[in-house]
Design a protein around this ligand. Structure first.
Ligand SMILES: [Zn+2]
Ligand SMILES: [Zn+2]
Length: 146
C-alpha cells in the first residue's frame, strides 16, 4: 500500500492521518515483535522529537477501536500491540517477555454447558515458557554454578 492509498484507507475509517500517525503505522506494518506503546513512542520520537506519548497512545487506541490492530494483555507489565488484527495465538517468554505468533488454527469448541450461555466469538491461546535465548542463558548459569 503506498502512502496515498494509506491516507484514503484511513480517511474511510474516519481517522485523520497526520505525518506522526503515518510514522506509527509504518513502524507497525509487518512488525511481529508486539511492541509496547512506549517502544513505539521511542521509535517514532526519533523522527518526530516533539511528538507526545499521548499522541502515540491515542493513535493506538483509535486503531484498536477501528479493528486495525490488536491490544494484547499477555505481558503482565504492559499492554503490547499487534498490527495483525486477524485472531491468532501467541507464545510468551516469561523471562525476557518476548511474544511470538503461533500459526496454528486450533479447533476448540465449548459444549453449551461449558460456555455458560455465552455466545462465543473467539479465543486466544497463550503458551508460555522460555525462548531459545533465555534457555541458553539458563543453561550457562547452571554450568557456572556447578
Ligand atoms: Zn526469552
Ligand atoms: Zn501476534
Amino acid at each position: 500500500m503506498n502512502t496515498t492509498e494509506k491516507f484514503q484507507k484511513y480517511r474511510q475509517l474516519g481517522l485523520k492521518l497526520t505525518p506522526q500517525r503515518l510514522a506509527i503505522l509504518e513502524f507497525l506494518e509487518g512488525n511481529t515483535s508486539h511492541p509496547s506503546a512506549d517502544e513505539i513512542y521511542q521509535h517514532v520520537a526519533q523522527q518526530f522529537p516533539s511528538m507526545s506519548f499521548a499522541t502515540v497512545y491515542n493513535t493506538l487506541d483509535a486503531l484498536r477501536r477501528k479493528g486495525q490492530i490488536l491490544e494484547l494483555c499477555i505481558d503482565p507489565n504492559k499492554k503490547r500491540f499487534d498490527p495483525n488484527p486477524i485472531p491468532h495465538h501467541h507464545i510468551f517468554c516469561t523471562k525476557c517477555h518476548k511474544i511470538v505468533d503461533v500459526e496454528h488454527d486450533y479447533q476448540i469448541e465449548l459444549s453449551s454447558e461449558e460456555s455458560k450461555g455465552f455466545k462465543v466469538m473467539g479465543c486466544n491461546i497463550v503458551f508460555w515458557g522460555l525462548c531459545p535465548e533465555c534457555q541458553k542463558e539458563e543453561l550457562n548459569k547452571e554450568n557456572l554454578n556447578n
